[in-house]
Design a protein around this ligand. Structure first.
Ligand code: NAD
Length: 297
């Protein structure tokens, strides 16, 4: 095949880059079956496109908060769930099993070097496949910008930003390319769009998550890999305990949310299942705000 445009590297058109990649896969004996998203008869009625039966979903930060909610949502939709966390996911396992799902736990510190390889290897042993990755684990450090240390900065950006890239890369190489597709959902934030107050490392990392979502979508969309993000608004979890306990900040935030309440992990379930399912096959590189209208103000 002679590349039509004659351009190289990032200047090549996506069709040419994809074709080169397919040639590489062909030479490596890796089979990609193109997904037919056309709806055919009863089997593909619209609600069926949202089902995750037979899929394996990996959720980081699965022991609590939003991550726990994603695990339950995927289990309700039919997926087997692998939860990755530093601390025991017993509570999440019980919630997944209560809705008839199957849950596996991978206990590891995602800030450790080679964490992405550790997770990919564990998944290989547990289920042998992964269809959905949710990059949810994240931390926030509240500090006046003049006092932020390099160590604080690295702690936040290593987990919230660097790991998102390397875990996505590990899952794509290990599972999504050989299996012919996959879904990546990154958890962004209102601070992917806005500056925030006293959280510069968090804002930097969550802005990077939105950029990375677009960058990876551009490279991987043609491989049946959908990379998208959810930007939760202000949600009642451990991450926001300090804010909710500060009555001035709590009132100011509530006043600004058109829906007039903090969100919960239940509010994110629909968006997560949509982005994890065949219903979103033509959605690429998008960050979906689920924020009670916060960004509309
Ligand atoms: P949370 O503090 O309740 O949960 C964070 C999760 O990340 C926990 O499971 C924790 O164990 C895990 N984690 C942290 N460091 C880890 C490490 N080194 N190794 C392994 N796991 C680690 O917070 P949450 O609100 O559920 O946050 C989940 C995601 O949603 C985060 O990325 C957060 O930035 C994002 N987010 C939260 C809100 C909100 O209002 N709560 C808003 C926007 C975005």
């Amino acid at each position: 095949y002679e590349i039509g445009s004659g351009l190289v590297g990032s200047e090549m058109c996506i069709r040419d880059r994809s074709l080169l990649y397919y040639i590489f896969l062909l030479k490596s004996n890796i089979v990609i079956t193109s997904k037919n998203t056309k709806r055919k008869g009863k089997k593909d009625m619209i609600l069926d496109l949202f089902r995750l039966n037979g899929k394996v979903a990996v959720v980081t930060g699965a022991n609590t908060g939003l991550g726990q909610g994603f695990c339950v949502a995927f289990a309700e939709a039919g997926a087997t769930v692998i939860g990755v966390a530093r601390r025991s996911c017993a509570e999440t396992a019980a919630k997944v099993e209560a809705v008839g799902g199957t849950f596996f736990e991978v206990l590891t510190d995602l800030s450790a070097p080679d964490a992405s390889k550790t997770v990919a290897n564990a998944c290989k042993k547990l289920t042998g496949r992964v269809d959905i990755l949710v990059n949810n684990a994240g931390i926030i450090h509240r500090e006046d910008a003049v006092n932020v240390t390099e160590a604080n900065w690295d702690l936040v950006t290593n987990l919230n930003e660097k790991l998102v890239f390397f875990l996505s890369q590990a899952m794509t190489n290990e599972f999504f390319i050989p299996q012919g597709g996959g879904k990546i959902i990154n958890i962004a934030s209102m601070l992917s769009f806005q500056g925030g107050i006293r959280v510069p490392s968090y804002t930097a990392s969550k802005s990077a998550v939105m950029g990375l979502t677009k960058a990876l979508a551009n490279e991987w969309a043609s491989l049946n890999i959908n990379v998208n993000a959810i930007a939760p608004g202000y949600m009642a979890t451990n991450n926001t305990t300090a804010l909710r306990q500060d009555s001035d900040r709590n009132d100011a935030i509530l006043c600004r949310i058109p829906a007039g309440r903090w969100g919960t992990s239940d509010d994110l379930m629909g968006a997560a299942v949509f982005l994890a399912s065949d219903a979103s096959s033509y959605v690429n590189g998008f960050t979906l705000a689920v924020d009670g209208g916060w960004l509309a103000r």
